[in-house]
Design a protein around this ligand. Structure first.
Ligand SMILES: Nc1ncnc2c1ncn2[C@@H]1O[C@H](COP(=O)(O)OP(=O)(O)O)[C@@H](O)[C@H]1O
Ligand SMILES: [Mg+2]
Length: 347
């Protein structure tokens, strides 16, 4: 048993994580040296353009990286609090998720109970042939020692918490009978059914319209206040980050290029990539018709097989220093307390 990570409030620590895909065409360094800490009860927003390694980071934490991908280096540690007679006590136990086998009983229990995933596309994790109730009940009965009647009560409770207007009725419905927003609420209810200490939300509202998105975001914020769980909120939308996150990690090409509290990211961004992302937020009332399209950042995300020399962002950067940024890769430096930047122009 370990000290409560030095009195710190860290729930999950990711250190020098590298997750690569080994393909015939070459090696994709999807996650290439990520360090992050997720604090208890707080929301870490993870932002970046499509393909920068957000989902693979999440899947690495959950240990569900698909083949031919694998974690090649680094450590992921869960600081699990021990429950004593229903109350959490000050003790925590350190579990190295990277030492567990992905399909081991312990990792499966962690995946079901402590770390839950809300994915982008709800249909992918809902069964079309079982009722909502059966699917939630199954999760509850798998992880808790309760009767079927108690599980049913709990299912109704979590559906209500996830904002389902008629939770008891929803239990008997099939997912095809529900709208996208209602399906996403079911997924959130399923995730909540085991009282996770971390909810990983991977672009959970990208497939939804703006109004439904606003409702889901409100529900998630409410749940966090109520349940005190940590959230890793993945999105390409900085507008959503502003509403959801306490801390923000900006990813580019498998690395975190800037990390700080949400106010600092918005008011004092230091990395040219973060600044470009901020400039690409549609202004209020100017929501683009297809919100999945990220407004322009000059140039293209580099080919994952052929990373540019030096800083990965240098070919697209307005302030790149010739002879430096295209030669040498900067390291992540703390420019002020709690504010990390990986850029020569920021230090
Ligand atoms: N199953 C896979 N097989 C091969 N490459 C993958 C796979 N999943 C992700 N990748 C690659 O890993 C990189 C990061 O992907 P991902 O984490 O999904 O990005 P994001 O979630 O930020 O959009 C991309 O280059 C992507 O093509
Ligand atoms: Mg993704």
């Amino acid at each position: 048993m370990e000290e409560n990570n030095n009195g710190n409030d860290v729930l999950i620590k990711v250190e020098n994580l590298k997750t690569y895909f080994f393909l015939d065409e070459g090696t994709v360094r999807a996650v290439n040296g990520v360090n992050m800490a997720i604090k208890r009860g707080k929301t870490l927003g993870v932002v970046g353009e499509s393909g920068c390694g957000k989902s693979v980071t999440a899947r690495s934490i959950l240990r569900i990286v698909p083949r031919p991908g694998r974690i090649v280096e680094g450590e992921i540690t869960l600081y699990r609090t021990l429950e004593a007679e229903g109350k959490s006590c000050a003790l925590s136990e350190e579990v190295k998720l990277t030492d567990l086998k992905p399909m081991s009983a312990e990792m499966r229990a962690i995946r079901g109970c402590q770390i839950a995933l809300v994915p982008q596309e709800p249909m992918m994790s809902l069964s079309p042939v079982h009722t909502v109730g059966n699917q939630i009940l199954e999760t509850i009965l798998l992880h808790q020692n309760v009767s079927k009647a108690e599980a049913r009560e709990q299912a109704i409770e979590v559906l209500a918490m996830a904002g389902m207007p008629q939770p008891a009725r929803t239990l008997d419905q099939y997912t095809y009978e529900l709208s996208g927003g209602m399906r996403q609420r079911c997924i959130i209810a399923m995730a909540l059914s085991c009282h996770p200490s971390l909810l990983i939300a991977d672009e959970p509202t990208t497939a939804l319209d703006v109004t439904t998105e606003a409702q889901i975001l409100k529900i998630m914020r409410g749940l966090q206040d109520e349940l005190g769980m940590a959230i890793m909120y993945i999105t390409h939308n900085l507008g959503v980050v502003a509403q959801m996150a306490d801390e923000v990690a900006v990813m580019y090409m498998g690395k975190i290029v800037e990390q700080a509290d949400v106010d600092t990211i918005f008011h004092n961004p230091r990395h040219p990539y973060t600044r470009a992302l901020l400039q690409s937020i549609p202004r209020l009332g100017q929501e683009t018709r297809d919100k999945r399209r990220l407004a322009s950042i000059r140039g293209m995300v580099p080919d994952p097989y052929a990373l540019p020399q030096g800083c990965p962002f240098n070919p697209r950067c307005d302030v790149a220093i010739a002879g430096k940024c295209n030669v040498e890769e900067p390291t992540l430096v703390e420019v002020e307390p709690g504010h990390l930047v990986q850029c020569f122009t920021a230090t």
